[in-house]
Ligand binder design. Structure first.
Ligand SMILES: [Zn+2]
Ligand SMILES: [Zn+2]
Length: 123
């Protein structure tokens, strides 16, 4: 019955992989997404939703494999999302490129109005 045992073992392994994928997905929905070194912050463009979440390069690649132009869908409303930036001061998420310049040339967070550190040289 060695072969049967192997098949059962494979089934258990698949089950564990599935559970791991679900865990990874649920972790990505919360604030515990720092485990993903390549985590990418996304922001839902629907003003009634505004969900901020982290996705991965793999997830973006999976979506793009089906449709080149497809945005990553929002996990809450399934609407389109854009790249988001996490403010180091308030930890809120604003749209990439959405920094405001209320105080001269220094870019500031549109949420808390704190001046942002320059992360990209010349940016
Ligand atoms: Zn949404
Ligand atoms: Zn802020």
């Amino acid at each position: 019955m060695g072969r049967l045992g192997a098949r059962i073992g494979a089934g258990v392994a698949v089950g564990l992989l599935g559970a791991g994928a679900v865990w990874a997905w649920s972790a990505g929905r919360g604030r515990g997404a720092r485990d993903f070194p390549d985590g990418i912050r996304m922001l839902c463009v629907d003003p009634g939703c505004g969900r901020a979440f982290d996705t991965t390069l793999a997830e973006i690649a999976r979506v793009r494999a089906e449709d080149d132009e497809a945005p990553v869908p929002c996990p809450d409303c399934a609407g389109p999302t854009v790249r988001g930036v996490v403010c180091p001061s308030c930890e809120g998420t604003y749209r990439y490129g959405g920094a405001v310049r209320d105080r001269g040339d220094e870019p500031a967070c549109p949420l808390c109005k704190e001046t942002l550190p320059r992360l990209t040289p010349g940016g």
